[in-house]
Write a protein that binds this ligand. Structure first.
Ligand code: FAD
Length: 287
């Protein structure tokens, strides 16, 4: 295992403790682990991790030995293994980390979007049962590079747009936002039943954009919205095409300073995450 004092990420062996359906499109999976989970140090907001999953029929994800101190060497060895044998790797958000007295140990929640185009992670989450084993490459320090939501000190308002894959991140960001921060929040989900309760101390106006109710496109939803204050910060995450369109809207049409906008493509229509890693990130090209 990598030493948490020197590395911002560490490999953790986790087991499914329980699963809970949050709505038609999201399943919450609570993971627990052994002693090493004491080193798991979630920092909130949109902090992501890499999840390594077994293929159907495997009891545990197949990875090279994890006692090598250099995580890049481990990832290189994982890449060199046969595709149909090595663990499936997917990006997910640390929705919450808690200490649960009944387990006398840490618990980590990840919320999985269940989608019709079901890839291996979506299928795994849909049939996960207590005891199932995974490995994550997760935070060993709270403020690692998995956190992309970086509120500038002078920001006087925030605009958030997220689809169902980024709803866990948006929910955690809302929980983290300082009290009274003015926030305009747009949450696009497939079904009416996907609306959830959100906890925040921020002064947030939340607009649910429900696709089955005929929600407008991402850009149409935000087009007329005024960004209050002098120094807004924008965070956008979800399907790459929508993210790219929103990036153009804010940077090119509204001429926002691009350093005050964070755009992250979480998935792209028609491409698995493996395929996505092989192509340029279309959300980051010039607006
Ligand atoms: C930093 C980061 C954080 C993320 N956090 C989360 C999170 O907390 N929860 C979460 O659910 N997802 C999250 N995602 C997105 C998730 O990694 C992708 O949706 C991933 O593609 C799912 O893997 P899969 O094996 O189910 O599908 P893949 O094998 O990757 O893709 C199979 C097919 O499904 C399509 N597809 C993938 N996702 C969706 C979807 N949501 N709806 C419709 N079609 C889809 C693909 O376009 C492809 O055609 C995050 C992504 C990033 C980069």
């Amino acid at each position: 295992m990598t030493n948490p004092e020197t590395a911002p990420f560490q490999f953790f062996h986790l087991r499914v403790d329980r699963t809970r359906r949050l709505g038609p499109s999201l399943v919450r999976i609570t993971f627990t682990g052994g002693d090493e989970l004491k080193n798991f140090a979630a920092g909130g907001r949109d902090q992501s991790l890499s999840l390594f999953l077994p293929h159907p029929g495997q009891e545990a994800p197949v990875l090279p030995p994890l006692d090598e101190p250099d995580m890049y060497a481990i990832l290189g060895a994982w890449r060199a293994m046969p595709d149909d044998e090595r663990a499936v790797m997917r990006s997910y958000t640390v929705r919450e980390q808690r200490t649960e007295p009944e387990h006398s140990e840490n618990a980590v929640d990840i919320d999985f979007a269940i989608h019709e185009d079901g890839g291996p992670a979506c299928r795994w989450a849909g049939r996960a049962t207590p005891g199932d084993r995974v490995v994550v490459l997760g935070p060993a320090i709270a403020d690692n590079t998995g956190v992309r939501f970086r509120l500038p000190e002078d920001a006087d308002s925030v605009l958030i747009w997220a689809d169902e894959t980024a709803l866990p991140a948006a929910s955690a960001i809302l929980e983290w936002l300082p009290a009274d921060t003015r926030a305009q929040v747009f949450l696009e989900v497939p079904y009416s039943g996907d609306r959830t309760e959100l906890a925040t101390r921020a002064d947030a106006t939340v607009t649910w954009l429900v696709r089955e109710e005929g929600a407008p496109s991402a850009v149409d939803a935000v087009r007329g919205v005024e960004l209050p204050g002098e120094a807004p910060y924008v965070w956008i995450a979800g399907e790459s095409g929508a993210v790219k369109a929103l990036r153009r809207h804010f940077v090119r049409d509204r001429e926002l300073d691009r350093r005050r906008v964070t755009f992250v493509g979480y998935w792209r229509k028609g491409l698995s995450e493996d395929a996505l890693r092989e192509v340029p990130d279309e959300t980051q090209d010039d607006a």
